[in-house]
Design a protein around this ligand. Sequence first.
Ligand code: PLP
Length: 343
Amino acid sequence: MVQDRALTDPMGRWRICIGTSPIDEVILRHLMLPDRRPQIIATEQVIRPHVRRTPVVQISGRELGLQGTSLTLKLELLQHAGAFKTRGAFSNLLQRPVPPAGVVAASGGNHGVAVAYAASSLGIPAKIFLPSVSSPAKIERIRGYGVDLVIGGESYADALAASEEWTRRSEAMPIHAFDQEETILGQGTLGLELESQAPDLETLLVAVGGGGLLSGVASWYGRRVRLVAVEPEGAPTLRRALDAGRPVDAPVGSIAVDSLAPRRIGERNFPILRDTVSEVVLVTDEEIRAGQRRLWDLLRVVAEPGGTAAFAALLAGKVRTRPGERVGVVLSGGNTTAVDFGR
Ligand SMILES: Cc1ncc(COP(=O)(O)O)c(C=O)c1O
């Protein structure tokens, strides 16, 4: 016998009866998605004094050989500390009770840079764990903020294990790079901000590592835009999770290993992405490098590999667009050493 389920949303706005057919399951999933938009708005107000409203630049798709497409690039690499991660870092530090022992974070690089920046600017002690693959640009920035830094292990997963071990012995509060509600809300403020700058986007391309950035942005937009997730071929965390129906281990590689290769997508992030992402596109290292070069040639913008992946997917023709389509691309980070000012 098919049994109807009566559902009331957590905020008491509606009550609905749902059956058990496949279509009912899809509806159920969408109704159960917690609406984080009010919390993203509240988070934006809390972190606003501490984060930059990063600019957007509009370019014609013709400049990239994409006929008729209108492109909006969100220059989030101009954010404090060089990446969107600063939003999530302040969201955690300002919305959770921080103990006197301070905070601890594991990171491929940019989350560590952001937590170090945010903690030092608020006078909070911080200890950051990075793997040896982190780029020198990120290591240098963290050192510059004067927090404790431990470099060890080969991957983000190693740094995470070391940080968890240390957390067990200390009173410090861990700040997860993606699998933490306040991190998702903080990254979601990028979506809110972008919509205010470019209200009519139809498609939005965002790079994925653990899924914090895109699950935040997706929590803001929902299905109001076509969300395209972009991952390196060498680190397909979301693709593997979608294939398996749950977060599973993926290879840890690619030129963007210090930003887009955390081994698996976050438990909290996965259901949001499963229910909102329209497609996942994989890019090669060569395509990412070509994207970095093109951003430099076109705009004199220096983006790091992870910060370029979404743009690279478009440039490589891997995202289907129609003439006139309004496409947004997040350039999510710029912490790289790929600049030689000597000449
Ligand atoms: C520059 C850059 N872009 C994108 C990402 C992916 O973010 P997430 O792990 O939240 O998916 C990262 C993560 O470190 C990053 O540093």
